[in-house]
Design a binder for this molecule. Structure first.
Ligand SMILES: NC(=O)c1ccc[n+]([C@@H]2O[C@H](COP(=O)([O-])OP(=O)(O)OC[C@H]3O[C@@H](n4cnc5c(N)ncnc54)[C@H](O)[C@@H]3O)[C@@H](O)[C@H]2O)c1
Length: 347
């Protein structure tokens, strides 16, 4: 087995070009970028030239090459088709979130990957942000006490644009909820465990397109804690702090800007049971807050290194298909709740 995983990218012209290739695939210690494909031939050639990869003329050509793994960063309605093609070619697949359009697609992709004995990962990269891992440790170590409430927010201004697949639920699976709220729900599940019931409102109140531009989901976790996620396409970027708030019986965590594409934001903890057990670098503010500022980790690099290492070690990836399926289940319950105006169990 090689020490380095050779990667191909399907859909290299969007987030792949902006983040995952420059920050992840070309920086990871155990990965190399070998080949790319995009239907936009200009993007295809430019990305290949910029990052020293082979520009393939088709998905078939990319899959016939000797890449070990394929990162799929095409629009959501193409995830299942592209993942199944890569799996059938015997490639490991890291698929951008959400894992397909529906629970059924996500399950189908997972079943095919299992049959083909290849790994399937979900690119929910915000799990890797160092401050999120530090907050998780505070919860696991009991420093926050019993979790009671979590809030996660991710919003931006996303006006109507010609050809924007996110603006049509038939192409994106939905709008702000699935696109950005999905990250928030996933993070809260990483902190508090599975959601058992949801109640959600989703609407299009500002922008001129079919997908929802406004969504508020209330979550009830198996452990009894409550949560809320707000994701809007109708709030100007600088007006949203993209907050993360976690409350427990012994303290809380408050963050701004850790949710998003950056490597870090600001995060403080208030630990009323004392800070014993919290061993990361810490400084106390006047209000008795502890700044949570571990060495930043680039989440795109971390997700590529983790998935590559899972292949090299022949173990399950940390953010595998089960996480992607789980995310789809909660999102599906949220959309059903929004449609029916009823609380919905997560199946
Ligand atoms: N985790 C993150 O930080 C993050 C951020 C943005 C987007 N995403 C996810 O990444 C995926 C892509 O989103 P985006 O914003 O990059 O979209 P995008 O539309 O900007 O880019 C998608 C790319 O896929 C290409 N494409 C379309 N059809 C194709 C086909 N049939 N074959 C090959 N290439 C094709 C397009 O030409 C384009 O270059 C989505 O699943 C989205 O949710 C994740």
């Amino acid at each position: 087995m090689p020490k380095t995983i050779k990667w191909g990218v399907i859909g290299c012209g969007g987030i792949a070009r902006r983040r995952t290739i420059p920050e992840g695939l070309t920086k990871a210690s155990n990965a190399t970028l070998a080949a790319v494909f995009d239907v936009n031939s200009t993007a295809n050639q430019e990305v290949a030239a910029q990052f020293g990869a082979r520009s393939c003329g088709s998905i078939a050509e990319l899959l016939a090459s000797d890449v070990d793994a394929v990162y799929i960063a095409t629009p959501v309605y193409l995830h299942c088709e592209h993942a199944l093609a890569a799996i059938a070619a015997g490639k490991h697949v890291l698929c951008e979130k959400p894992l397909g359009m529906t629970v059924a697609e996500a399950e189908h992709m997972a079943a095919e990957a299992e049959k083909a004995k290849v790994k399937l990962g979900t690119a929910l990269m915000m799990r890797f942000t160092a401050q999120h891992q530090a907050a998780r440790k505070l919860i696991v170590d009991g420093a926050l006490g019993k979790p009671v409430l979590g809030r996660a927010q991710l919003s931006c201004w996303y006006p109507r644009m010609e050809g924007a697949w996110r603006q049509d639920p038939a192409l994106g699976g939905g709008g702000s909820l699935i696109d950005m709220g999905g990250h928030c729900i996933d993070l809260l599940e990483m902190f508090f465990g599975d959601v058992k019931k949801v109640s959600c409102f989703a609407n299009t109140i500002v922008q001129d397109y079919k997908s929802e531009d406004s969504a508020l989901a209330m979550l009830w976790f198996e452990n009894g804690a409550l949560g809320m996620v707000d994701a809007f396409f109708s709030i100007p970027d600088a007006s949203s702090d993209n907050v993360l708030e976690l409350y427990g019986t012994r303290g809380s965590v408050h963050a701004k800007g850790t949710i998003g594409q950056a490597s870090h934001g600001s995060m403080v903890a208030r630990l009323e049971g004392g800070a014993a057990g919290y061993d990361a670098q810490q400084s106390r503010t006047v209000a008795g807050e502890i700044e949570i500022a571990p060495e930043p980790v680039n989440p795109y690099r971390a997700e590529i290194e983790e998935f590559s290492q899972a292949i090299l070690d022949n173990r399950a990836p940390a953010v595998g298909a089960a996480v992607g399926i789980r995310s789809q289940r909660v999102l599906a319950a949220c959309y059903e709740s929004a449609r029916t105006s009823k609380a919905v169990d997560v199946l």
